[in-house]
Write a protein that binds this ligand. Structure first.
Ligand code: SF4
Length: 119
């Protein structure tokens, strides 16, 4: 189902990051900064070379979801506190990512698998 949604969204999005930002950004940000000013089409071709990046206009047969192997490698708490967001006045601490329960209405079980705990 996710595949169909992403395919249908193709005309509206340049690319998708498939997975978790911490695992995708270290490869993505240098490509974006090194290619400032190049033509959009050329940049999209560059993005297709990155793991976890799906470019609808240059569809590949598969994109491997990127995920963070060790949560301890990244900060566990909010870095921006603002009342302009949902839960904005709370200081959030991520103690785990994922879930093993598998409630049918929830996608945490599949989108953030495997479940990982912080030390
Ligand atoms: S609702 Fe989602 S996060 Fe909550 S227990 Fe069920 S699967 Fe886990």
């Amino acid at each position: 189902m996710y595949y169909l949604l992403i395919r249908a969204a193709g005309p509206f999005f340049d690319c998708f990051g498939i997975g978790e930002a911490e695992a995708i950004f270290p490869d993505l940000l240098p490509v974006l900064s090194e290619n400032l000013g190049i033509k959009r089409e050329e940049l999209l071709k560059e993005l297709t070379k990155l793991p976890g990046i799906y470019v609808p206009s240059h569809a590949r047969t598969s994109v491997t979801r990127q995920w963070l192997k060790n949560l301890d490698d990244y900060p566990a708490s909010s870095v921006i506190i603002t009342s302009d967001t949902e839960l904005g006045d709370l200081y959030l601490v991520e103690v785990e990512r994922g879930c093993t329960w598998g409630c049918r209405f929830c996608m945490v079980n599949t989108a953030f698998a495997p479940m990982r705990l912080r030390s």
